[in-house]
Design a protein around this ligand. Structure first.
Ligand code: ASP
Length: 441
């Protein structure tokens, strides 16, 4: 009997939750210890982490040639500059519109439920935990930011500065430089529309060949997905301390509810109204990609799977997917934008700030801009949140942000699903607007 790939991944995920939970419980150190797991538990967690890291690395290995060749071939095949301009405008329009909707949902719910307050006052229990652990939380934040190699990314302008690489090979060799890679790819593709026939004929078939090859290798890597997913999720569950969950339950639920509304109401409505397709068919088509996004917490690493799903299952042309999806994986992050907004408002509530309308507007704008600029990697929002709290002047916020990290992983996994699903909806909606049939009718 052959088990469908998505079911294999789901089984890997379910097993991981069971095994991870067993280790989390049986190998736990007593409360108050500096580490969560005893030595045996840690060994298991490391082993799972190792397996997961191999899977993520295998996916990452594909993304640079995949993004480059997809975007170049996609644009060059548009043939005329006006086709590129039309598709570009539609794509950007969609990305800004959906991210904005997502932020508005987050902002409304965080203002409605006020997860940082209790009886109208900053939540005293949360404040007490923060005061008792300030140094710990602050060091977690700076370590995480350091891990991400953010190279002093402390303002929006710096994020965007990375769009223009000093050296194109740096853009290819560094996985953190996705925006730079997109710039190089866009320029190359656009250039191929205008360059002479001889040059185009010499290089375009080569890029087309590499593009086909990377998709084939993606298929091979995905055979290992159930094992990779098992490793990633088992490690996460084993290492997650559940102690803080109760304290942050309201915050956690607000983020989850907002993400769910965007994923299950707003995006399907857009598919239905603008794309005139059946949303549930698209959910079905994207099941592998959504499970991979959930397990890896990285839209970039999921890109090969997203592309496969949208092309093969939803039936969107190469012409549209190769333009919209690589761009979307870096630039369009609805879940991230929504999350940034809720997190910043939560920090403000806990610290006792009452943000004015103008300040909230600033949070919305910055959430939109930073969600475009941050990379599609785990915990990337953290950098953006720091940029926003600094910009709106929330002092002493590092410890509060550190506390949020205690429950971040599951939220990260969930917002990454929203991020890639929104990209895939863009491809469908734009394909339909270009007169394509798709397989979702
Ligand atoms: N992990 C997210 C992604 O890759 C980014 C984030 O919100 O941290 O899409």
């Amino acid at each position: 009997m052959k088990i469908a790939p998505w079911l294999q991944i789901l089984i890997g995920l379910a097993l991981a939750i069971v095994v991870g939970a067993i280790i989390n419980v049986t190998c736990a150190e007593p409360a108050g210890a500096t580490v969560l797991l005893n030595e045996t538990g840690q060994k298991f967690a490391d082993l799972f982490g190792y397996i997961g890291a191999l899977f993520i690395q295998a996916l990452k290995m594909i993304i640079v040639p995949l993004i480059f060749t997809s975007v170049v071939v996609g644009i060059a095949r548009l043939g005329k500059a006006d086709g590129f301009a039309r598709l570009g405008l539609k794509t950007l329009g969609y990305y800004v519109m959906t991210s904005f909707f997502a932020i508005l949902i987050g902002l409304s719910l965080v203002n409605l439920f006020k997860p940082g307050l209790k009886d109208g006052q900053p939540n005293a229990a949360i404040k007490a935990v923060i005061e008792a652990n300030t140094a710990d939380f602050e060091s977690t934040v700076s370590k995480k930011v350091g891990d991400q190699d953010t190279r002093s990314l402390n303002s929006v302008s710096q994020i965007f500065k990375r769009m223009v690489p000093e050296n194109i090979f740096a853009a290819f060799s560094d996985n953190g430089q996705m925006l730079a890679l997109i710039t190089v790819s866009l320029l190359t593709g656009f250039g191929l529309i205008f360059v002479g026939d001889a040059a185009r004929k010499a290089v375009l078939p080569f890029f087309e060949g590499i593009n086909e090859l990377t998709l084939l290798i993606t298929n091979w890597v995905m055979v290992l997905a159930p094992i990779g997913v098992f490793g990633l999720v088992a490690q996460t569950v084993a290492q997650t301390g559940f102690g803080m969950f109760a304290l942050l339950a309201k915050y956690f639920c607000v983020v989850m509810l907002a993400l769910a509304i965007h994923l299950l109401v707003v995006l399907p409505a857009i598919l239905f109204v603008l794309g005139r397709v059946k949303p549930w068919k698209h959910f079905h088509a994207m099941r592998n990609a959504m499970l991979t996004a959930f397990s890896t917490s990285s839209s970039s690493a999921t890109l090969p799977v997203t592309m496969r799903g949208v092309r093969e299952n939803s039936g969107v042309s190469e012409r549209v997917t190769s333009f919209t999806l690589p761009l979307g994986a870096t630039v369009n992050m609805d879940g991230t934008a929504l999350y940034e907004c809720v997190a910043v408002m939560f920090v403000a509530q806990v610290l006792g700030y009452d943000l004015s309308f103008a300040m909230q507007f600033q949070v919305v704008t910055l959430a939109l801009l930073t969600s475009i600029g941050v990379a599609g990697v785990p915990s990337a929002s953290l950098v953006a949140i720091i940029i926003i709290v600094n910009a709106v002047g929330l002092e002493n916020s590092a410890a509060v942000i550190g506390l949020l990290l205690a429950v971040d992983r599951l939220l990260d996994m969930s917002r990454t699903v929203v991020n890639i699903f929104s990209d895939s909806c863009a491809a469908v909606v734009i394909a339909r607007s270009e007169g394509e049939e798709t397989k979702l009718a």
